[in-house]
Design a binder for this molecule. Structure first.
Ligand code: PTJ
Length: 258
């Protein structure tokens, strides 16, 4: 048995996972989700969601494919152009990329809003505190004083001065009908999801088919690179993007390894 075979069973802190382990990112992801469940941040169903994501990531080669990198740059351009961009945070997102989401919000002027499928006051509070511990100053989603029309579950609950009013929303890790409902409200949607066939990326203006662990820091890097770009340059990046091509490229990689 190699040293690596015992890694996931023994890890208490993520620093113990050897960075040269061949499945480093997957072990790190699993560890963060387990931790999230223990802290009351991530719902147990989040483990299933992670398992699905992990299988798609394996097929993608656990790397940011060129079409995803392009989508991440386009997403950064949209966020920089937006009047009121919001990054939506669920229990998996909070566990996996808390400081990375805070960095992306800083780089783009976006707000962070907690939005949960399995919504309880305890989880909302735990996630908001977790984000604050990772540097967030203002976390939305606690008021929930507005509703997304035609959505009859907990994800409909949003802040009036947050997702409800936003022009651009980042919607990560949810295969559901909220993306469609947000689209009907006329919002520009950036969806991060490893499954290109899932409903959310299928309706997104910008489907980002990549692991959120890689996608968010890369979006932040792009946003910093584009910080001095003119509005016309940003518009050009946005307009050149073809969402269908991005979805097809990801599916092609998953099905045929190409
Ligand atoms: O925290 P809550 O209560 O709002 O619940 C959140 C979960 C994640 C449980 C809920 O949104 C859910 O059940 O999601 P689904 O329907 O399983 O969809 C999650 C999607 O995210 C799937 O299409 C996965 O492939 C994808 N996914 C999972 N992990 C990752 C991912 N995409 C990118 N990066 C990941 N690490």
């Amino acid at each position: 048995m190699s040293d690596y075979d015992t890694v996931s069973a023994e890890v208490e802190h993520e620093e113990e996972i050897p960075e040269d382990h061949p499945r480093y990112q997957d072990l790190l992801t699993r560890h963060r989700i387990e931790n999230g469940v223990e802290k009351g941040i991530t719902h147990l169903q989040g483990m299933h969601a992670e398992g699905r994501g992990s299988a798609f990531d394996y097929l993608l080669g656990e790397e940011t494919i060129p079409s995803a990198d392009e989508a991440e740059r386009v997403a950064a351009a949209h966020l920089l152009l937006a009047d009121q961009p919001v990054l939506s945070i669920n229990g998996n997102v909070a566990a996996l990329v808390p400081s990375e989401m805070v960095d992306l919000a800083d780089a783009t002027g976006a707000d962070l809003e907690v939005n949960l499928f399995n919504r309880t006051p305890e989880r909302i509070e735990a996630i908001a505190s977790h984000l604050r511990e990772h540097g967030a100053e203002d976390v939305k989603g606690l008021e929930a004083d507005a509703r997304i029309p035609r959505l009859d579950h907990q994800r409909a609950k949003v802040d009036a001065d947050g997702i409800y009013d936003a022009d651009v929303v980042v919607v990560p890790l949810e295969d559901g009908d909220r993306a469609e409902a947000l689209e009907e409200m006329g919002k520009t949607e950036i969806v991060i999801d490893l499954n290109p066939l899932s409903r959310s990326p299928q309706v997104a203006d910008v489907p980002v088919v990549d692991n959120i662990i890689r996608a968010v820091p890369n979006m932040t890097d792009h946003a910093r690179d584009l910080a001095d770009a003119s509005e016309a340059e940003l518009e050009e990046i946005v307009e050149a993007f073809e969402r269908e091509r991005a979805l097809e490229a990801a599916e092609e990689r998953i099905r045929n390894g190409l």
